[in-house]
Ligand binder design. Structure first.
Ligand code: XMP
Length: 508
């Protein structure tokens, strides 16, 4: 049986990061809402309580009976709010700190003999981010680490394998964080560290074979990492019973449709390529509202896909490359939808097919590792994320085939430039945006009045937050020159230096 750590999510922004850190320890974990501990699952080897945007005193605060959890005898690690909740429910005192404590701190007392703190030394850097702090502990709760500002930086409950830490071991700036998590997951919980890309492939192929039997499956390919890895995994499990459909809505990158089709064929996939660009351009004519563009493309995609999929006789399943961050139920506890990203949300309902999502338990970096282990070439694995509606959300205002052609050329110069300068893998994603403004320029002796293109490149780990990539000036100068010289209709190039938040990665 696959051992697992359960992470109870109290709504913190770093809950997913805890999950990723545990997986980096080759240990399987699941993130569940704070009140949904899987009672009858006996493969659980330990529990982590996440932080929370709330204080224990907030009316809306998420509460569970932590003592009932303790009674199970499993190792428990409470992080920030998780630590405060355990202390508070047992009569400890939690108070709001005079000012929110945020940033680096150093442990100035560490009980090194404590199993949670093995190999962590006095002076180790930790990351604090909290409004409340524990000012007194219940009887039987013993301080095992402190910082200058926070006496109760970590505690253990006497006679139990239960700890609370006020800092965030999961964030990169906590230098000793990974050591602490390793101490907990491996030494205290006894993880065998046997979760790997290869073990995932073996068990998933077995499960897919028994789940799908001789049934026929269709899958929509997008050229992106997730759908590609899902397709190759399914192909390994059920071979010819998988039919992949790749729809060209006309707003892909330059040559993307033919390049990606070739790559798919090279991987032995059975792919039907559908050029539906004329239909999409007709539907989008004159539409300027970003959300409407998305909806039109989403619906158009569903219609085309549905039509093509039903040409495959006797199909029973729809497979999708949904990944873990797409499905963590608890993310919606406090999340707000800024843009509607679920391009094909209505597909399973409309098609009346059963849903198969073989990657639903993986984080993005694990999807890549699985892809590599399946022999998918790096060029496909390392592709930047690209939005489902494609260049439609990078052309501000209405969309025409001419505008798409201009943007494809500019984008291509930018992206190929990143590859040549060895910068492609250093940014999370990049692309060009066609702006709805014209400006005056001069070319030769001619006055021009043409379009402006913005370049966007960001660094990120999960697209939730992002910083603009600090690309070298020489590179930007070269790309700007090349775009203005080669792309007819563009006489000005700008570089977007906004971070997310408050900006988003895409312009629409
Ligand atoms: P934003 O613009 O919200 O983007 O910062 C975050 C990430 O999501 C991608 N994105 C989309 N992906 N359909 C998609 O499949 C969409 O409608 C969509 N909009 C944004 C974006 O490229 C970035 O990686």
């Amino acid at each position: 049986m696959q051992q697992k750590i359960i992470i109870l999510d109290f709504g913190s922004q770093t809950t997913q990061l805890i999950g990723r850190r545990v997986r980096e320890l080759n240990t399987y974990c699941e993130i569940v809402p704070y009140n949904k501990f899987p009672e009858s699952d006996n493969s659980v080897i330990g529990v982590i309580l996440s932080g929370s945007p709330f204080s224990v005193y907030d009316e809306k605060a998420f509460k569970v009976d932590v003592n009932a959890l303790r009674a199970k005898g499993l190792p428990i690690l409470g992080i920030c709010y998780g630590a405060q909740l355990m202390a508070w429910e047992n009569g400890g005192n939690v108070e709001s700190a005079p000012s929110r404590e945020y940033g680096r701190a150093r442990l100035d007392m560490v009980q090194e003999s404590n199993p949670l703190l093995a190999n962590i030394e006095k002076g180790a850097q930790v990351w604090m981010s909290h409004g409340d702090t524990i000012t007194s502990l219940p009887a039987g709760f013993n301080i095992v680490a402190s910082t200058a500002e926070v006496p109760v930086a970590a505690y253990q409950i006497e006679g139990e394998r239960t700890w609370g830490v006020q800092f965030h071991p999961e964030v990169y700036h906590s230098e000793c964080g990974m050591q602490l998590l390793r101490n907990f997951v491996v030494d205290v919980c006894g993880s065998k560290c046997d979760w790997s890309a290869e073990s995932f492939i073996d068990s998933t192929v077995r499960e897919l074979r028994s789940q799908l039997g001789d049934d026929k499956v269709v899958l929509g390919l997008s050229g992106g990492v997730d759908s590609t890895v899902a397709a190759v995994l399914l192909n390994k499990a059920i071979g010819k019973n998988l039919t992949c459909i790749f729809v060209d809505h006309g707003m892909l990158r330059k040559n993307e449709f033919t390049d990606v089709m070739k790559a798919y064929e090279g991987l032995g996939l059975n792919v039907i390529g559908v050029d539906a660009s004329a239909e999409f351009f007709a539907e989008l004519a004159g539409v300027t509202d970003p959300e409407r563009k998305r909806k039109i493309i989403g619906k158009g995609f569903i219609d085309v896909f549905d039509r093509e999929a039903h040409k495959v006789s006797d199909v029973k399943w729809l497979a999708q490359g949904t990944i873990y961050p797409d499905c963590i139920e608890s993310l919606s506890i406090t999340g707000t939808v800024i843009k509607s990203h679920h391009n094909v949300g209505g597909l399973p309902e409309k098609m009346n097919l059963k849903l198969c999502e073989p990657l639903r338990l993986l984080f993005k970096d694990e999807v890549r590792a699985v892809g590599r282990a399946l022999g998918i070439p790096d060029r496909l694995i390392k592709r930047h994320p690209f939005p489902g509606p494609g260049l439609a959300v990078r052309i501000l205002g209405d969309i025409t085939p001419e505008k798409v052609a201009i943007l494809q050329e500019a984008d291509n110069i930018f992206i190929e430039g990143l590859r040549e300068w060895d910068l492609y893998d250093k940014v999370w994603q990049a692309g060009a945006i066609l702006l709805p403004v014209q400006s005056v320029g001069v070319m030769g002796d001619e006055r021009t009045y043409e379009r402006a293109v913005a370049l966007r490149a960001v660094t990120s780990t999960d697209a939730m937050t992002a910083d603009w990539a600090h690309l070298p000036y020489e590179f930007l100068a070269k790309v700007s020159n090349e775009i203005i010289n080669k792309v007819r209709g563009v006489n000005r190039v700008c570089y977007d230096i906004s971070s997310k938040p408050p900006a988003t990665i895409e312009w629409e």
